[in-house]
Design a protein around this ligand. Structure first.
Ligand SMILES: Cc1cc2nc3c(=O)[nH]c(=O)nc-3n(C[C@H](O)[C@H](O)[C@H](O)COP(=O)(O)O)c2cc1C
Length: 311
């Protein structure tokens, strides 16, 4: 089966395959983003970039848990101006690099987008959803009004596609998603990490310096799948599924729930070149199921699976 069968066109973003490196997991180095494309990812998202440089939180910022990890890095990043210089390196290459941006309000998001926009990259992802940095994430991502304002401000500043990355930590998930779409978002990323609070038994203290962190990896996959399913049920918009994808079966679950592509984060810490293996698995599943293109399975779980009828 030709690899063209798994190429994805979503909201003006072209991906040669549906596996994308998720934001931030490998720090703010652009080299890792480019490395992911070299080892088979169809696209790659940068660390979230803000208006000014940020150091992030002191250690410990990461703890392992069963089937995942909890992190509170505190959005360390070089700031938009410095990152813009880094992006200049990839000018003229037309790479499927997606730049993640964050800010405290719509003016800050707009400022970051304007600083970066002259560079050659494929799309923006709005980090509306970081669960552990006060004032720059969850507060915005839980409010449909603020999400609409941020999305409009970024859309005004660019002609590139804009994806809004949602938080799983709100009952208003679909409302927030709809607000982003109505404000002009070209697609959604579902989702960021699940708000968590690990505790260290020996010290008796919170295990992370920040206390709260975000759960990622296999442990959160059913939550992320639920989010994708709920969004696809209500909204007609491209969706990138994110949360606990490590194997082709995980990716297929997301497609069946309604995602057009998937992002891989935590799984790439253990094996950076996971993308190819996932793509090969997706292709052989499609062959076995007689599916000519990826889109044929997107959202099948909403339609009673492949044979029809009630799920
Ligand atoms: C160490 C670490 C850093 C992260 N940094 C960011 C970030 O800067 N921006 C963002 O939108 N998401 C960030 N995330 C969230 C991931 O992009 C992704 O949404 C989440 O980890 C779920 O996917 P996974 O289970 O495949 O890792 C980070 C996750 C981890 C583990």
């Amino acid at each position: 089966m030709s690899v063209d069968a798994i190429a994805v066109e979503m909201g003006g973003l072209h991906l040669s395959n549906p596996t994308v490196l998720a934001s931030g997991v490998h720090g703010s180095s652009l080299a890792k983003v480019l490395g992911a494309l070299r080892v088979g990812a169809g696209g790659a998202v940068t660390k979230s970039i803000g208006a000014v440089p940020r150091e992030g939180y002191p250690e410990p910022t990461l703890v392992e848990v069963e089937a995942g990890m909890v992190n509170a890095a505190g959005l360390p990043n070089p700031g938009a101006e410095r990152f813009s210089e880094e992006l200049a390196e990839i000018r003229g290459r037309g790479l499927p690099v997606i730049v993640s941006i964050f800010g405290g309000d719509e003016r800050e998001f707009e400022r970051v987008a304007k600083t970066l926009d002259g560079n050659d990259f494929a799309a923006y992802e709005l980090n509306l959803s970081c669960p552990h940095v006060a004032g720059v994430g969850t507060e915005i991502g839980h409010s449909p009004e603020l999400v609409a304002r941020v999305t409009k401000a970024v859309k005004r500043s660019t002609r590139k596609p804009v994806f809004a990355k949602l938080s799983p930590n709100t009952e208003r998930l679909v409302e927030v998603g709809r607000a982003a779409v109505d404000a002009g978002a070209d697609g959604l990323t579902a989702v960021n990490t699940v708000r968590a609070f690990p505790v260290d038994v020996e010290s008796g203290r919170p295990a992370l310096s920040n206390g709260y962190g975000g759960l990622s990896g296999g442990a959160m996959r059913p939550v992320a799948l639920r989010c994708v399913y709920e969004l696809r049920e209500e909204l007609d918009v491209p969706i990138m599924g994110c949360g606990g994808v490590a194997r082709w079966e995980d990716a297929v679950q997301f497609f069946l729930a309604g995602a057009d592509a998937v992002q891989l984060g935590t799984a790439t810490v253990r094996r950076f070149d996971t993308f190819n293996e996932v793509n090969v698995g997706i292709l052989s599943y499609m062959e076995r199921k007689g599916l000519a293109k990826l889109a044929d399975m997107v959202g099948a779980a909403h339609r009673g699976g492949f044979s029809g009828g009630t799920p």
